[in-house]
Write a protein that binds this ligand. Sequence first.
Ligand SMILES: *Cc1c(COP(=O)(O)O)cnc(C)c1O
Length: 389
Amino acid sequence: MASTLRRTWAEIDLDSLASNYRKLKKHIGDDVKFCGIVKADAYGHGSVQVSRTLEEAGADYLAVSSIDEAMELRTNGISMPILILGHTPRDQVAKLIENNITQTITCEAKAINYSQEAMRLGKTLKVHIKVDSGMSRLGYLCEGDFYEGGVEHIVEDCQMPGLDAEGIFTHFSMADEEGDEALAYTKHQFELFKSVIDAVEERWGKRFRIKHCANTGATARFPETYLDMVRPGLLLYGYGEYARELDLEPVMSLKTAVQTIKHYPAQTKVSYGGLYTTDKKTRMGVLPYGYADGFLRSLSNKAVVMTSEGPARQCGRICMDMSMIDLTDKRGVGVGSEVEIFGKNNPIEAMAEAAQTIPYELVCAVSKRVPRMYVKGGQVVEKELLLRF
Ligand SMILES: *Cc1c(COP(=O)(O)O)cnc(C)c1O
């Protein structure tokens, strides 16, 4: 269903995405596989279109957080391998196998469940073993005193009937942090991971076909961690300092258009709570973009958007559906003029910093009310609005 409103929209540049993929592929080299992280609707970019683009470009794997996200891709014709990073309930194992979806195993109890269910079905479930090397979230704990037990459990679980342990992976918690401490922590995680792999493979007598650990930070900075496959998310979408260093382009441009222009005298209070008072005669633009669209309310009075005549500051509390910008010195920006919230002309990193958050949160916050416009070769090739018409 297409919207007839020219309200707020997100342009997803599929050419930039493909180009980022090619540049990253060149960066990692031919021998390393590429797993595109497309969880959370591909960080708000639209997982189906992003996955299609990656599949066409030749990526090797996709990773999502849940079976629902995986099924969304299968239902839309994505046939390449998909890894689920999170948990899947036992009663969904048949669906995983039927749809050739790879499941992460994070502990022995789950391995037993999956094995029993696969056996009951007389089939095999493809799995990747998750090692907790210091993230302290999911995975077989292998640190310090847990090393022997962790390795032992992984060896047992790899041999369970009904399971095909294709891969093993871990996740870094500080690969994108600066400083010696973070560097040492990442190195320790990596050494522990490698040591677990060696010990498991030796006792198991088989090798994992795909070993992987490099997220965005590691893909950009630590080639020694690539192993068989890298697994970047943010980098692929072209955000953050590492994306700049690698000459990658931001894939999403969030845009809106000025809805109304108002003129106020000095000393006029603007929006809820009177948080902003005009200090001069002010020409104020109203944008149809508010916190229900993903404009974090904590950015009130702090955000800067980009107009055709340069940056304009946002004034007063951000409302649910609207926000105001000062257009006093921008006479050429009027009703209907396009404004970029963030994107190629207004880097998301500055807005993330102003909100004391990370670009991840800003792209994930772009709500379902915001239609996605997929652009290829300078043309809008698809529009998508998630409303229940
Ligand atoms: C989200 C996620 C990634 C990608 O992280 P980025 O920082 O976006 O590169 C990689 N691996 C796992 C397990 C994840 O959950």
